[in-house]
Design a protein around this ligand. Structure first.
Ligand SMILES: [Zn+2]
Length: 112
C-alpha cells in the first residue's frame, strides 16, 4: 500500500519508486530498505510469462497479422510491468523490515 512498515500510516515512497529517507509519522529510518532488483525480477518473470504465453496462444489460435500483436502486447507489457512494480517493492521492503533482513556481517569467528 506504500505505507511505512512500522506504523502503517506514514508514506514509504517519494515518487514512483524512490523512497523517502524516513517515515513522516514515526520517523523510522528507511535506509535499511534496499530491495535492489528483486521486485523488477519478479515483475519481469510474471509479466513475461503472461505476455509471452498470451502471444503464443493468440498466434496459434488465430494467426493474426503482426500489427495485431504489436497493438495487443505493447500496452499489455506496460500494464503488467508498471502496475505491480510499486506494490511489489513495498511488499519486499515490508518483508525486509518484518524479518530484519540485512547484509551479512563478519563477526570475527566467535559466532556459533
Ligand atoms: Zn512510520
Amino acid at each position: 500500500m506504500g505505507c511505512c512498515p512500522r506504523c502503517g500510516k506514514g508514506h514509504l515512497f517519494d515518487g514512483f519508486l524512490a523512497l523517502k529517507p524516513r517515515c513522516d509519522r514515526c520517523s523510522l529510518d528507511f535506509s535499511f530498505a534496499d530491495s535492489a532488483d528483486g521486485p523488477a525480477f519478479f515483475v519481469m518473470f510474471i509479466a513475461g510469462f503472461i505476455v509471452a504465453g498470451s502471444a503464443l496462444a493468440v498466434e496459434i489460435a488465430y494467426a493474426p497479422p503482426y500489427w495485431v500483436h504489436a497493438v495487443l502486447w505493447g500496452p499489455l507489457i506496460l500494464v503488467t510491468t508498471l502496475l505491480p512494480l510499486r506494490p511489489i517493492k513495498g511488499l519486499f521492503i515490508g518483508l525486509q523490515y518484518q524479518h530484519k533482513a540485512e547484509e551479512g556481517r563478519f563477526t570475527g569467528g566467535n559466532a556459533p
